[in-house]
Design a protein. Structure first.
Length: 581
């Protein structure tokens, strides 16, 4: 054991140990953290505890902290190697400090690291408390922070051990190649072999296998029916009497959509006038083999249910699993007293975050196919008999919905209004409009041509004049704290414009950007974005009432009922969201 420690210290990189347990001691010596790498790991770990968009559960914070600490360690190792390379030429004596100097350096970094981590954990608790108060979320107990330390440390050790195994494999290969080629060539060849094998293992084996597993798992979930969802008895809902599609074919989220929503009695009770039964047309992805086939079936189902005879018709591009936001559908149906139709189709089993990474083409194909099929049938009717034609999409669905149009002018020439909620930064039209925004307007809520045709609204916490000067109106609804709207690959290396702008009302002023770290923070925030109360994150509740009133106000809507409906939809949404974990 002593020999192992002395050998490690002689290299200037090993961690002093007073452990008498041989196995654990040998394991720690084998891991042998690099001094510069450890400094980098501590810095990135501390940065990962800085303010972010949403309150975070311990498991997501631990994952972010462990992963970013690993990245910091790798960068620290690289910087340390470069420094040693320079010193080897300029001041080689500095590369062989005394044993005492090395011990002092290690103990020094250990003490500084302990103090820094404790300080940042305390600060994390403070800003988490402040942010949870802003969003009316319950505070966690003290175990929250202990679990962060333990799990983040375990994740870091796993990645470090994996790196050690890869390095050991590279060294063995280098010695093997050195029998036949010069040492420099052997080094390059061993690194390329190990790096190539590791890359292939991920891209050619693990990644496709994980996608297959995810697809199979979510396909099985798609077959399930959530408790309380029963086949509709109304002929205006897909899966009900006379429907062209069966209840079982709709998928989990399709069955949820057509089995929910206000009834005729509930609509009549709210409005005080006789209501119609809203049309909800939906087609599951197992009903046809192509997006065009699904879209054609969806149009026939819409026609059967009488969707083209209603006052308003909304073409919805769903999220990855086929989900349609119940708050958006309910709000529209109450506003129009049931004289409405919504049509949607499912294109994937996978959740949006997987679809976004793995296959963005599917949502674009589905969004384009559905809108073009609906518009073609809509145009066949006399102009005075056509319903208002609207498009709607949320999250990944907003990006897919926009793919049906080449430009803003193309959009406004084909529809009577568009509402896109929580649009990703890769939403083509949103990106174009943000780049062309008026001087002085923020990137988060850009103003385009004075807001005459297009508006960006931050929700009920950021009041805005939602009157459009020139229709058809186009409205982007996106919370300041919605990570879905702010996430991009560029966050790894590039400081975004919205960081330096005035932050929204539910975003802490101390939020800042750190390379690599902010990317993983916002990525983790996306996983939790729908679990916060309505009005924050990616949870849009009663605000959708105001959004629909801005995009397609019904002729006979009493303005004094807006707040009542807004509160009612908010209540529905909070009940579905449940408490934050």
């Amino acid at each position: 054991m002593t020999q192992l420690l002395d050998r490690g210290l002689a290299r200037g990189r090993s961690l002093p140990s007073v452990l008498d347990v041989p196995v654990l001691g040998r394991f720690l010596v084998w891991l042998r953290p690099d001094y510069a790498g450890l400094i980098g790991a501590v810095c990135f770990f501390c940065w990962s505890l800085t303010p972010t968009l949403l309150p975070r559960t311990w498991i997501y914070q631990a994952m972010v902290s462990g992963l970013t600490a690993t990245i910091g360690y790798a960068l620290g190792v690289l910087i340390g190697w470069l420094v040693r390379l320079v010193l080897r030429r300029a001041r080689p004596e500095l590369l062989t400090p005394s044993r005492r100097a090395r011990l002092i350096a290690w103990w020094g970094v250990g003490v500084v690291a302990a103090v820094a981590i404790a300080w940042y954990l305390a600060d994390n608790a403070a800003w988490q408390t402040q942010l949870r108060a802003l969003m009316d979320v319950e505070n966690p107990g003290p175990n929250h922070y202990l679990l962060i330390l333990l799990v983040a440390g375990a994740i870091f050790v796993v990645f470090l051990a994996l790196a050690r195994l890869l390095r050991a494999a590279s060294r063995r290969l280098r010695r093997f190649f050195a029998r036949w080629v010069p040492p420099q060539v052997a080094l390059v060849a061993s690194v390329l072999c190990v790096g190539g094998l590791a890359t292939w293992s991920w891209t050619g084996l693990l990644y496709p296998s994980l996608l297959d597993v995810a697809n199979d798992a979510f396909a099985a979930v798609n077959m399930e029916t959530e408790a309380g969802n029963n086949a509709p008895s109304s002929p205006t809902h897909s899966g009900g009497p006379g429907s062209l599609v069966t209840w079982d074919s709709l998928g989990r989220k399709g069955r949820e959509f057509v089995s929910s929503g206000p009834t005729v009695d509930e609509l009549t009770a709210f409005s005080g006038r006789p209501a119609l039964d809203p049309v909800r047309a939906y087609v599951g992805m197992d009903s046809a083999e192509t997006p065009a086939g699904l879209a054609s079936l969806a149009v026939r189902e819409l026609e059967r249910a009488g969707g083209f005879d209603r006052d308003v018709l909304v073409v919805v591009t769903t999220t990855g699993t086929g989900w349609v936001d119940g708050a958006a559908a309910d709000a529209l149906e109450y506003l129009y007293n049931g004289d409405s139709a919504i049509v949607a189709l499912q294109y994937s089993y996978l959740p949006s975050w997987i679809s976004f990474v793995a296959d963005q083409e599917q949502v674009q194909l589905a969004g384009r196919a559905l809108f073009e099929a609906v518009q073609e049938a809509w145009l066949e009717r006399p102009p005075d008999e056509r319903p208002k034609l609207l498009v709607y999409g949320e999250s990944l669905g907003a990006m897919g919905s926009a793919s049906a149009f080449d430009s803003l002018d193309d959009l406004r020439s084909k529809v009577d209004g568009a509402l896109w909620v929580g649009s990703p930064s890769r939403h083509a039209l949103r990106r174009e409009l943000t780049a062309e925004r008026d001087d002085g307007s923020p990137a988060r809520l850009p103003v385009v041509d004075g807001g005459a045709e297009v508006k960006f609204w931050g929700g009920w916490q950021e009041p805005l004049d939602l009157e459009f000067d020139d229709g058809p109106p186009v409205l982007f609804l996106q919370h300041a704290s919605d990570p879905v709207t702010l996430w991009s690959w560029d966050l790894m290396f590039e400081r975004p414009e919205w960081i330096d702008e005035e932050h929204g009302p539910d975003v802490l002023p101390s939020l800042d950007w750190y390379p690599f770290v902010t990317f993983w923070q916002v990525t983790a925030d996306m996983a939790l974005s729908a679990t916060v109360p309505a009005g924050h994150g990616h949870n849009y509740g009663g605000e959708l009432v105001d959004a629909w009133l801005a995009v397609a106000p019904p002729d006979d809507w009493p303005a004094d009922r807006t707040e009542e409906l807004r509160d009612m939809v908010h209540s529905f949404q909070d009940q579905k969201t449940g408490p934050f974990g």
